[in-house]
Design a protein around this ligand. Structure first.
Ligand code: FAD
Ligand code: NAP
Length: 389
């Protein structure tokens, strides 16, 4: 293609996000669930954005208006006070607090500023001791937001400029895309676990998941988003290649996308899904869709692990172990092995289980199995791929 006819690169990215519309905010957790996991549909029409299965969507959240107003009132500030910006413009304090600064969790800088502002005395000495120890300081701010701190230390006063200078900027959050654009033109679907907890007598929520669940407006072009490509987390090029997908909880998201894509493409490769969550009755995300795919043959195998439906926990890796011989055979047949979801515990345990299966069913020594999983599958053949967080 000549330069003159080459399409212009898409202008939307992290630094220039597209203002998308949320068209659906639906609960996936059924009544009685301990969790609040939701399905969001976000419309990208007019953006020209295109994604592949395995990509994530970046979302810029906003703070809850009531929290912003309470903070401004607590400090006796003027909501319309203009705050000078780097580019020479000014932005009203309220708008800045709503859009640009993180309010749901306090930072260490603000606590240190409070310690400096406190009048001499026992409270100042105690807080200064907290600030002098990084570990204690980290624990202190972990459960508190700015209102908690101002409730505890009402003597500390801040001007609008001081407040803004001591807060942290908002970072966008990434979400694995749960849809295939081939099946849902212009749409991105997300599977989001809403973070909710209560500390110091007040209800708190995750900045972005709480915003999406409770505050983001539907059907208005107001959600700043961008696409984050993932070079390695993608379906095999050959549609005949079998795939094994391990995605407990919200880790299911990219596998819904993979299955939709394979269905649209008419891919003949076998598909095996391991899913797990707390209870079958309330937390079986996309149950009807997966059952329909089992019936029509797209989903060759579906193994579920509902951890809290019996006394002893059952996890996805227990199901892998039970099916070890067959899983090993799929790997020998060239299957890709994908893991998505919790990085801290689940992904590590699944990794170890894969090594154990290579020992038990592949007849390898522990060293050989580790080499096979860590090097051959992961690095050389790149068919063990993870998207964990
Ligand atoms: C590549 C990638 C893909 C992802 N895909 C998904 C996805 O598909 N679905 C999904 O739901 N998430 C996904 N995530 C996670 C997501 O990006 C966010 O991290 C998540 O939604 C939480 O963000 P938040 O802004 O709601 O919460 P934040 O404001 O970031 O707060 C979360 C923090 O709150 C604190 N917290 C939680 N409970 C308590 C408590 N009881 N007491 C004190 N503090 C507490 C913890 O420190 C926790 O880290 C993904 C992440 C990555 C990197
Ligand atoms: N604040 C909360 O109350 C709360 C609640 C849920 C999730 N979260 C957080 O929200 C995020 C998203 O959660 P999610 O919905 O994706 O689900 P998740 O918490 O990752 O849980 C999904 C399933 O994985 C199980 N699990 C726990 N440890 C495991 C391990 N080592 N190996 C395999 N499976 C394991 C869970 O069982 P068990 O939970 O029964 O052990 C559950 O059945 C996570 O980071 C999680 O920490 C917070």
């Amino acid at each position: 293609m000549s330069e003159a006819t080459a399409p212009a690169p898409n202008p939307y990215n992290k630094n220039n996000p597209f203002l998308a519309k949320i068209t659906e905010n639906r609960s996936l957790s059924k009544t009685g669930s301990a969790k609040d996991t939701r399905h969001f549909i976000i419309n990208l029409e007019g953006s020209g954005l295109h994604y592949n299965p395995g990509y994530s969507l970046g979302v810029f959240p906003k703070n809850p208006p009531a929290l912003v107003d309470e903070l401004i009132a607590r400090l006796g500030l003027d909501a319309n006070h203009g705050i000078a910006q780097k580019d020479g413009s000014t932005k009203p304090l309220r708008k800045l607090l709503l859009e640009d600064l993180t309010l749901n969790r306090a930072n260490k800088k603000f606590l240190k500023a409070i310690a400096e502002k406190l009048p001499a005395g026992q409270k100042k000495d105690e807080l200064s001791a907290v600030c002098a120890n990084e570990e204690v300081l980290g624990e202190f701010v972990f459960t508190r937001d700015y209102l908690d701190l101002l409730n505890e230390f009402p003597e500390a006063k801040f001007t609008a400029e001081e407040l803004v200078d001591n807060l942290s900027r908002v970072n966008p959050r990434l979400y694995s895309i749960a849809s295939s654009i081939a099946k849902h033109p212009n749409e991105v679907h997300l599977t989001v676990a809403i973070v909710r907890y209560s500390t110091h007598g007040r209800e708190k929520k995750g900045l972005c998941s709480g915003f999406l669940a409770d505050h983001a407006e539907l059907n208005t072009s107001s959600l700043p988003v961008f696409l984050a490509a993932n070079k390695h987390f993608k379906l095999p090029d050959d549609d005949n290649t079998p795939v094994i997908m391990v995605g407990p909880g919200t880790g299911i998201a990219p596998f819904r996308a993979f299955l939709e894509e394979r269905e649209v493409r008419g891919a003949k490769g076998r598909n095996w899904l391991f899913f797990g969550d707390q209870h079958k009755a309330t937390d079986f995300l996309y149950e009807e869709e997966f059952e329909a795919w089992q019936k029509n043959g797209l989903l060759t195998k579906l193994d579920t692990a509902f951890s809290r439906d019996q006394l002893a926990k059952i996890y996805v890796q227990d199901r892998m172990r039970e099916n070890g011989a067959e899983l090993w055979q799929w790997l020998k047949d060239g299957a890709y092995f994908y893991v998505c979801g919790d990085a801290k515990r689940m992904a590590k345990d699944v990794h170890q289980t894969l090594i154990d299966i290579a020992v038990k069913h592949g007849g390898l020594s522990t060293e050989q199995a580790e080499e096979y999983v860590n090097k051959t599958l992961m690095k050389d053949e790149k068919r063990y791929v993870r998207d964990v967080y």
